[in-house]
Design a protein around this ligand. Structure first.
Ligand code: SF4
Ligand code: SF4
Ligand code: SF4
Length: 189
């Protein structure tokens, strides 16, 4: 599969969009109110969420959720991404080629999409439908990159169980209660 190229004008528009997102996230929490499965009539209530500063990407989020397809997905914070050619969230160490061949990719489901921007920059996006929340890409990005990839519980999927089955087993106690009105972490630089 070849990399889809983006022309310079599209690249500049993309960067401008990332700037706007960055400004939104300056307080450390993403002020986006996505609808919640449990109902956003949770005024004053709280939801389960992963604290990315505590999570060590053990892989349990992919399998312990009570839902058949985990409510946990990977997010990509584009405005702190280095647009790296050798992305350590995308590639295994020492890949045979820096291309989109499946054997070089960390993601087991092909959910992390790599697109050429302009030399030497590449853009990365998550295909949420394919992501199983395994955290492998997060581990790679956090170890060698700047942590632009991170796991979150998606509240258009999560049932907001009284006791989150993942929280019970999480080795890092990384799943905490957050205010329902600010349900997603957004990393600040
Ligand atoms: S179980 Fe805890 S440490 Fe493991 S991936 Fe989930 S939040 Fe992170
Ligand atoms: S490596 Fe795992 S967490 Fe990352 S995008 Fe792929 S399925 Fe999602
Ligand atoms: S609260 Fe329930 S549905 Fe939500 S992530 Fe935890 S186990 Fe899954």
């Amino acid at each position: 599969m070849s990399n889809k190229k983006m022309d310079r004008r599209e690249f500049m528009q993309t960067i401008a969009r990332f700037g706007a997102i960055s400004a939104l996230g300056a307080v450390g929490w993403l002020a986006v109110k996505k609808p919640t499965k449990a109902g956003i009539a949770l005024e004053g209530g709280s939801l389960w969420q992963i604290d990315p500063n505590k999570c060590t990407h053990c892989g349990k989020c992919a399998t312990l959720c009570v839902l058949k397809e985990s409510a946990v997905k990977c997010l990509h914070k584009s405005d702190i991404c280095g647009y790296c050619d050798l992305c350590t969230g995308y590639y295994y160490p020492e890949p045979s080629n820096l291309d989109t061949a499946a054997e070089n990719q960390v993601c087991p489901t092909g959910a992390l999409i790599r697109k050429f921007v302009e030399e030497p920059y590449f853009q990365y996006e998550i295909d949420e439908k394919l992501c199983i929340g395994c955290g492998r890409c997060v581990k790679g990005c956090t170890a060698f990159g700047n942590g632009a990839l991170y796991l979150q519980i998606m509240h258009d999927r999560c049932l907001n169980c009284n006791i989150c089955a993942i929280a019970v087993e999480c080795p890092d106690h990384a799943i905490i209660r957050v205010p329902a009105q600010t349900p997603y972490f957004q990393k600040t630089i």
